[in-house]
Write a protein that binds this ligand. Structure first.
Ligand code: PNS
Length: 182
């Protein structure tokens, strides 16, 4: 507890004391959101007061869904948790975090190859933003091999993606790939 100015809509004043809320960012391309992402969100949301699910651009991937569609899908799937905020940002993750005064990022970890990428990302971001900290949550075994790129590939061949995609957005994802088949 510290005596400070509260940030708008973020910290809480109780009896003159500022109670700092623990806020984490869960960043990703979420193109589209998968059941694996939802599982990470459900666990990360219990570790903090507010979890910001932030849709960013991964320059090495060409998105299948617009940022607006990805925001809509995230909101549809994540509205049952009242401590989750869905947001998007064009730019560096660390700039978003600096703007919001948030230091902690949560990422899901499926495999050894994820570990390599995640440690590179953590180290690079920490060079730009020394307060940057990463929490890696190992994925539930059911979702160890679920990824947005697998969803896109299976869906583009008209395959069954129902075990990988949350039911709330299944029709939207199927529809998107039906269009590209035509
Ligand atoms: O879901 P993804 O594609 O693994 O997420 C990667 C993402 C979007 C979090 C990462 O590419 C990112 O942070 N993009 C924003 C630009 C940035 O900050 N790049 C430098 C750190 S890797």
């Amino acid at each position: 507890m510290t005596r400070q100015e509260p940030r708008q809509g973020s910290d809480a004043l109780r009896g003159g004391w500022l109670i700092k809320r623990r806020e984490f960012v869960y960043p990703g391309s979420f193109d589209p959101l998968t059941k694996g992402h939802v599982n990470v969100v459900s666990r990360a949301a219990q570790l903090c007061d507010i979890l910001h699910v932030v849709i960013l651009t991964n320059p090495s991937k060409k998105p299948a869904f617009t940022v607006e569609q990805r925001m809509e899908m995230a909101k549809l799937c994540l509205s049952k948790w009242d401590n989750i905020r869905v947001d998007s940002y064009q730019g560096l993750l660390v700039d978003y975090m600096r703007e919001k005064s948030i230091h902690v990022v949560v990422r899901g970890l499926r495999s050894e190859s994820d570990f390599r990428f995640e440690t590179e990302m953590a180290a690079t971001n920490a060079l730009m933003y020394p307060e940057y900290e990463t929490i890696l949550l190992p994925s539930k075994t059911d979702y160890s091999f679920t990824s947005s790129s697998m969803v896109r590939e299976v869906a583009s061949y008209g395959g069954d993606i129902s075990k990988m995609v949350p039911p709330e957005i299944l029709p939207m994802v199927e529809e998107r790939f039906k269009q590209s088949e035509q």
